[in-house]
Design a protein around this ligand. Structure first.
Ligand SMILES: Nc1ncnc2c1ncn2[C@@H]1O[C@H](COP(=O)(O)OP(=O)(O)O)[C@@H](O)[C@H]1O
Ligand SMILES: [Mg+2]
Length: 257
């Protein structure tokens, strides 16, 4: 099924008499379950596109359907409600609240959206490999661990769509790998569609599709490595290893009760 359908979307910014076509007659369909890597030079319209998809901002012209329904574009409250219901967001800078623990950061988002559910919050932290670190404060965790909390938090309301603007832009390459493994596994486990912006072509191995944008136009659209049999097998191998580890960890915790 097509989850995101943008048709002929333009977004024009007026700046002191100048008109900037941040998106220029842009059309894109994203199928449910896809993991899309969005690449393009600085100023090409990547953030503007994410803002359209999350209804943080509305097209100047063109249409946007999500799950077959027209997305609100002229009523800020309806746009916010759409975003709260459907979209999770991972930022480059983790944006965790420093005076809340990992668990509390997730509980807070639940309270604001789907309702408090502590077992589910703990399950999400386990899903991103942070079982046992629930009571840590952000300052007591590495950058990679903090970003994994941010991923768990973005999944807390079980969004249909996960958006990331340079989600690994602040991490070294080894940590990027760990965080991306977790993020892609989580999306697959939770059946979440993802659109991730990155300058880092190494992330192509985690994507089912790679699209490139330049001057507000789609200039490339091709399968990512995860869409190939080899890539999928590699990812599955990694997932099942991780699944076994998680099971072993759960068994250990259970026996200590
Ligand atoms: N709020 C804004 N007001 C005016 N121009 C903007 C605004 N946001 C973005 N732009 C312009 O739109 C273009 C696309 O920006 P952006 O989507 O942020 O690109 P990217 O995320 O790919 O770096 C750029 O030329 C940028 O200067
Ligand atoms: Mg940007």
């Amino acid at each position: 099924m097509s989850l995101v359908v943008l048709e002929g979307v333009s977004r024009i910014y007026e700046m002191g008499g100048e008109r900037i076509h941040a998106l220029d007659d842009f059309s894109l369909t994203v199928e449910e379950g896809a993991i899309v890597l969005l690449v393009g030079p600085s100023g090409s319209g990547k953030t503007t596109l994410l803002n359209m998809i999350s209804a943080l901002d509305a097209p100047t012209s063109g249409s946007y359907h999500f799950g077959g329904e027209l997305v609100p574009h002229d009523d800020v409250e309806a746009m916010t409600a759409f975003r709260r219901r459907n979209v999770g967001y991972v930022f480059q800078f983790f944006n965790l609240l420093g005076d809340l623990t990992a668990l509390e950061n997730i509980l807070l988002v639940q309270e604001l959206t789907s309702g408090r559910d502590e077992p589910r919050a703990k399950e999400l932290l386990a899903l991103v490999g942070l079982a046992g670190l629930e009571e840590r404060f952000p300052s007591e965790m590495s950058g990679g661990q903090q970003q994994r909390v941010a991923i768990a938090r973005s999944l807390a309301k079980t969004p249909r769509l996960l958006l990331g603007d340079e989600p690994t832009g602040n991490l070294d390459s080894e940590t990027t790998r760990q965080v991306m493994d977790v993020l892609v596994d989580a999306c697959r486990t939770e059946k979440i569609t993802a659109v991730l912006v990155s300058h880092d072509h190494a992330l192509e191995r985690y994507a089912t599709r790679v699209i490139a944008i330049d001057s507000g136009k789609l200039v490339e659209d091709r399968p990512g490595e995860l869409a190939t049999v080899k890539g999928a097998v590699r990812q599955a191998g990694r997932s099942s290893k991780k699944a076994l580890k998680t099971l072993a960890e759960k068994a250990r915790q259970f026996s200590q009760r």
